[in-house]
Write a protein of this length. Sequence first.
Length: 251
Amino acid sequence: MGRLAGKAALITGGASGIGRAQAMRFAAEGATVVVGDLDGDAARAVAEDIGRSGGRAFAAGFDVANREAVDACVEEAVRQMGGIDILSNTAGMMDGQSNVLDTSPESWERVLSVNLSGMFIVTRAVLPHMIAAGGGVVLNIGSGASFRGGMGGIAYTSAKHGVVGFTRQLTAEYGRQGIRSVGIAPGMIDTPMVSDFMADPMLADKAANRPAGRVGTPEDVANAALFLVSDESDFIHGVTIPVDGGRLAVA
Ligand SMILES: NC(=O)c1ccc[n+]([C@@H]2O[C@H](COP(=O)([O-])OP(=O)(O)OC[C@H]3O[C@@H](n4cnc5c(N)ncnc54)[C@H](O)[C@@H]3O)[C@@H](O)[C@H]2O)c1
């Protein structure tokens, strides 16, 4: 029996990097997974990988910032799986490290929409189903930029700080109705999102998460995510836990 046997999970940003690693891991632990992503083809490829590994997964192509598309996906996911026990809000995008004057209002809107408002839109669609079923877990992916300036640009840092507040407030509002809200703040993780950094030896060395002294893997984050969405962490509510090789501890 896997640690998530019988559970149904929706993972946004599930087609790549940290989301993909969670999808693979959760499915390997017995969950049925909906791999949700802007890139529907890549989401389908992940669902097929899971199927080939003996797991059960569906794919859904949608933009987390598009309310109609999110609502339709969640309705379909509930129809296919009978409910959603676990929501992992992982979809995100960088902001080109832009400062205030280099950030257009349109770029600000989009980065906030994807990294923060999208989390609200998907959670708002899933929550009634979780509450009706007696509870569930909402995992929100933040960043080192959730706690510090200077790790992203103005829009990304503002959005990721918002993720910490969103996670706390969700617990305050719905904890008593069985909703457990938790977060992860990854450090530098080797995914396509940061491939530009990783390609530059100087930047990669600077970005290596110390004290661990290495860049993280998507699996490092998926391991923590598995614990946080499983019943083993039933008494952990409202916190965003760094998975960063110790970087924030010494920054
Ligand atoms: N990689 C890192 O070093 C790092 C560090 C801190 C935080 N994070 C966070 O981890 C999360 C996952 O990032 P990753 O590194 O795996 O990146 P990634 O680029 O590999 O994956 C992100 C996925 O999100 C999807 N996505 C983007 N916008 C979307 C939208 N509007 N709707 C639906 N899906 C969308 C992309 O298509 C992609 O598949 C993000 O929230 C990111 O901010 C990453």
